[in-house]
Write a protein that binds this ligand. Structure first.
Ligand SMILES: *Cc1c(COP(=O)(O)O)cnc(C)c1O
Length: 391
């Protein structure tokens, strides 16, 4: 029989009833340490009192009015994002893929408006992930995501992640921009090198290409800076945000410089739900909390502590884990055994994690964790390894 929910996900047989901070409680009463955060979404954990209040307060005032009117909560959030970043202007939407689409359209429109509509092609990288719409799967070119969904929209070329020479060879008179995740997420927590991002910036300046950082996963505090690009000191022209931005409420944003957004005038792009007062109220609170003294420091400190523990752990469990990589609280463990089995063993010990490409297990805890949660995570992983070795 056809399942009533389309089976596009292979789901684990657990349902959760409620969450509290870094913990989730299942319908059958089990407690889990949530180092998955709904795939880097619940950046402030579950049921954060200030987010609950922001949502409740706004819910009693106004939910939605449409972008036909001024939305002060949007302007407030846009001002905060602009003052904290390279950007001059922001477009609000509802999901990561949508914010990437907005960025792709911006790049094409820029070249078209300066008289170069022949420049529409965007270079992406192998191992990348940009969402599940037609153009975002066409950009990432992951065979499993593309297969059966053709024909793909034209306009995407691919180079090898981290390799400047193959990239140079792909640049033609039709190239408009380059899209890259500063640290690949779904691809298996693969960080760019400083040198690679610097070279991308130089190439973009040389050929008047727009540089697009997809920070849907890395953005909003995840790597210990508000935006991951700050770790590298390389600024993009366009940037997408989503996952952590609403702390669990669907909201996304495409940020751009004045130059890159030149083509966006009334009627050129839009979203019915994008930037509604309800999601804006929560996202404003998320950004305010992250701007407070010590918030990002805690991510960096906990990230370093967790990373060091994991390196030790990988050495004592060298038959299971090959390497540890990542930045801040976005950490990947490249596994030797199939990653799905290790994720399952951890879950049986009460630890939730997320599998990624390249046989990597991702740890994406809420950004509010402390040392105790790290100790608990390591203990659970140790028991998971014992479980595996005893089986
Ligand atoms: C998750 C993700 C997306 C897609 O976000 P959706 O909200 O699922 O559309 C795009 N880019 C990156 C880097 C992501 O991690």
């Amino acid at each position: 029989m056809t399942p009533v929910v389309m089976p596009s996900y292979g789901r684990t047989d657990i349902a959760f009833e409620y969450g509290e901070g870094v913990y989730l409680f299942s319908t059958n009463g089990d407690r889990y340490l949530d180092f998955a955060s709904g795939i880097a979404v619940n950046a402030l954990g579950h049921k954060h009192p200030r987010l609950v209040k922001a949502l409740a307060d706004q819910s009693k005032k106004l939910w939605h009015v449409s972008n036909l009117y001024k939305i002060p909560e949007q302007e407030e959030l846009a001002r905060k994002l602009v003052s904290a970043s390279f950007a001059d202007t922001v477009f609000f939407c509802n999901s990561g893929a949508e914010s990437v689409e907005a960025g792709i359209k911006l790049i094409r429109k820029y070249h078209s408006d300066i008289g170069h509509s022949e420049r529409y092609r965007i270079i992406s990288f192998d191992g990348s992930f940009h969402g599940r719409t037609l153009s975002t799967i066409a950009a990432a070119k992951n065979r499993a995501h593309v297969s059966g969904f053709g024909p793909m929209p034209d306009g995407f070329d691919q180079a090898s992640f981290g390799n400047i020479q193959t990239l140079r060879d792909k640049i033609t008179d039709q190239t408009a921009g380059i899209i890259v995740e500063p640290i690949q997420g779904e691809g298996g927590v693969r960080p760019s090198t400083q040198e690679f991002l610097e070279s991308l910036r130089k190439l973009c300046d040389e050929y008047d290409l727009l540089l697009f950082f997809d920070e849907v996963q890395t953005g909003v505090g995840r790597t210990g800076k508000l935006f991951a690009y700050e770790n590298f000191g390389v600024k993009p022209d366009v940037m997408s945000l989503a996952k952590g931005l609403g702390g669990g409420i669907p909201v996304a944003a495409c940020l751009a410089t004045e130059k890159a957004a030149v083509g966006i005038t009334p009627g050129t792009h839009g979203s019915t739900f994008g930037g509604n007062p309800l999601s804006m109220a929560v996202a404003n609170e998320v950004i305010d909390i992250m701007a407070e003294d010590g918030f990002l420091d805690n991510i960096r400190n906990c990230g370093k502590l967790l990373f060091d523990h994991l390196v030790k752990f990988s050495k004592t469990n060298s038959g299971i884990i090959e390497t540890v990589r990542g930045c801040g609280l976005m950490i990947g463990l490249k596994c030797i055994m199939p990653v799905a089995d290790f994720v399952e063993a951890c879950r049986k010990e009460g630890l939730l994690t997320v599998p990624a490409g390249d046989n990597v297990m991702r740890l994406l805890p809420p950004l509010i964790i402390n040392e105790n949660h790290i100790d608990e995570c390591i203990k659970m992983m140790t028991r998971a390894c014992e479980r595996i070795l005893s089986e």
